[in-house]
Design a protein around this ligand. Structure first.
Ligand code: FES
Length: 173
């Protein structure tokens, strides 16, 4: 009987030690909030420098369809006509955004009247003049905006994205 209790006791200690390690593992796993993990993953991403268009391709306030960082990530370039946050080019008015809603992935439409992107899914709205900031709706993230570079020939290159694209664990696959 005595021997049997010792075995049980050893077993319990082994179990508790294992539980402590498991708890420590869990604590490590949950110590970073999900968004922080996504942000640190984004920081490590090597973005391609992709030529998306030339300035001459853009008409004022009309979306020009592109894909960035790859063809499966739809977006647009816009020449807004006034200097804006994140705007590139000599007038600081050229911007690029993903057109996939950060809430649940519906395709967004552009409203030229107020420079907003609008979601038919749950009606979130995003401001193209303010870096894709959400104006209204259920999304918990702003619209991902491209980092753009324009060379002396007017070629427009995308070289980064400031938010995680919907449905991805990393913007660059
Ligand atoms: S998918 Fe756009 S608001 Fe829900």
């Amino acid at each position: 009987m005595e021997r049997c209790s010792k075995l049980v006791d050893i077993g319990r200690r082994q179990f508790l030690r294992g539980s402590a390690f498991a708890a420590a593992g869990v604590a490590t796993a949950v110590s970073l909030p999900t968004q922080a993990k996504a942000a640190s993953a984004l920081a490590l991403v090597e973005y391609p420098s992709n030529k998306l268009a030339n300035v001459s391709d853009l008409k004022p306030n009309e979306p020009f369809d592109v894909g960035y960082p790859d063809d499966d990530a739809p977006g647009v370039l816009l020449k807004l006509g006034t200097r804006v946050q994140g705007g590139a080019g000599p007038d600081g008015d050229i911007v690029g955004f993903s057109t996939v809603c950060p809430h649940k992935g519906f395709p967004l439409t552009y409203n030229a009247d107020d420079h907003s992107f609008n979601c038919p899914g749950h009606y979130s709205r995003f401001d193209a003049d303010a870096g894709g900031q959400q104006i209204w709706g259920q999304s918990t993230a702003n619209l991902p905006q491209y980092a753009l570079r324009i060379d002396d020939k007017g070629d427009i290159y995308a070289e980064g994205v400031d938010e995680l694209l919907y449905g991805r664990l990393s913007n660059v696959l």
